[in-house]
Design a protein around this ligand. Structure first.
Ligand code: PMP
Length: 404
């Protein structure tokens, strides 16, 4: 385990107040706060290194390129990919999902072909497929879940047909916190010869992910949800798949040669990285990976699991409490409603007590429809949260509940 007080001191924002109250930041599934060393790396790079990467012969450009490419190697090692050719820098999970959805559909799907997603997907793993459905006539099949918020694997198995071309599922639900058995789901899909894309936005910040062990074909995640900067993310893809996919965007960086007659694309990973990358953010992401690796992903997972269990246990004692997502395989997210108090009222009143939670549909409206609700209040934990903060949350919920 790590020293939580020391850890908190690494995050300057955690010591600020809101409305004169100490900030209790429980909106980590939306974005995480940044440790000083990540922000320092960004500032230092702008102050003393900044130059565009890859094309320059001059000193600064080479130094910036080294930082950028070292970040790629750091990401490779962090997720245990085989090669840096499999690490594509993106703007975030959303862009990674869109990239695969667009390029894969273009190359490998015909009208009537099917993609399997789950009922608990974020909009970023639904809407891109719907755009392709409208353009190309593909169909979306949906894995249902049980009352605990666990995907029904028997139903999943039944969804495969000869038209199934890809599965795209989240590893962890950003609403229910359910950790889906993606390794098993990938094994099943591969038995049908179908590749799998995994949305890792809510898993990478919380526990160790291993591309070779999981054996997924594509995996997307965001830097800002794992203590890194905004505007940078990663798409992992098996080299054999990435080689076969057409580019997503055209422009500089992604070409080897261009004439008006013919363009030859760059090799991986650059084929998918058109334009100037956010090379300062990739360096910031590398520093975030250093930070969480130093703390230890297993330590982070154990700390957050303790917080989640404690929060669930204390919340269940509150009259009228409904918690959405009761799986034993649950991550650092607790979504709830109390009696008939509107989620927005609960969130707004908690905010006045200094407690930052998220309210609404959490970009998962189809899941809300299946739960028969409009939204929830969501508390989500990070490596720096404490039991004392959960006590403040519980006291806050009780206080708001009394007011109604
Ligand atoms: N998938 C999941 C499960 C998420 O929680 C989120 C962010 N809420 C996303 C995808 C999208 O991530 P981003 O906005 O960083 O692209």
């Amino acid at each position: 385990m790590y020293d939580i007080n020391k850890v908190r001191a690494d995050f300057p924002i955690l010591s600020r107040t809101v409305y004169g109250k100490p900030l209790v930041y429980l909106d980590n599934a939306a974005t995480t706060q940044k440790p000083r060393e990540v922000v320092d790396a960004i500032v230092n790079e702008y102050y003393s290194v900044n130059a565009n990467v890859h094309r320059g012969v001059h000193f600064l450009s080479q130094q910036a390129t080294d930082l950028h490419e070292e970040a790629r190697e750091k990401v490779r090692s962090f997720i245990n990919a085989k090669s840096t050719n499999e690490i594509i820098f993106t703007r975030g999970t959303t862009e990674g999902l869109n990239l695969v959805c667009s390029s894969f559909t273009e190359e490998f799907m015909e009208p009537g072909d099917e993609v399997i997603v789950s009922v608990m997907e974020h909009h970023s793993n639904i809407v891109p497929w719907q755009l392709q459905a409208a353009k190309k006539g593909i169909a979306i099949r949906v894995i249902p879940m049980n009352d605990k918020g666990e995907l029904l694997l028997d139903e999943y198995k039944k969804l495969f047909t000869e038209k199934t071309k890809i599965v795209s599922v989240t590893q962890v639900s950003n609403v229910l916190g359910t950790i889906n058995p993606v390794k098993e789901m990938i094994r099943i899909a591969h038995q049908h010869g179908v590749p799998v894309m995994v949305d890792g936005a809510q898993s990478t910040p919380h526990f160790k992910v291993d591309m070779q062990d999981m054996d997924c074909d594509f995996f997307a995640f965001s830097g800002h949800k794992m203590y890194g900067p905004t505007g940078v993310g990663v798409l992992y893809g098996k080299e054999s798949w990435l080689d076969k996919l057409p580019p997503y965007q055209g422009g500089g960086e992604m070409i080897e040669s261009v004439s008006f007659e013919k363009t030859v694309f760059e090799k991986l990973p650059f084929k998918f990285e058109a334009g100037t990358p956010d090379y300062v953010a990739t360096n910031g992401l590398a520093k975030a990976i250093d930070y969480i690796t130093r703390l230890g992903m297993d330590n982070i997972a154990a700390h957050e699991s303790e917080l989640t269990k404690y929060c669930m246990q204390e919340m269940q004692k509150i009259d009228g409490m409904r918690i959405f997502g009761q799986s034993a395989y649950k991550d650092a997210v607790v979504s709830f409603l109390v009696g008939d108090i509107h989620h927005l009222d609960m969130g707004t009143l908690l905010d006045r007590l200094g407690i930052a939670v998220r309210t609404g549909h959490h970009c998962a409206q189809p899941l809300m429809i299946s739960l028969g609700i409009q939204g929830t209040v969501r508390a989500s934990f990070g490596l720096y949260n404490t039991k004392e903060e959960i006590d403040v949350l519980i006291a806050g919920i009780k206080r708001v509940s009394k007011m109604f």
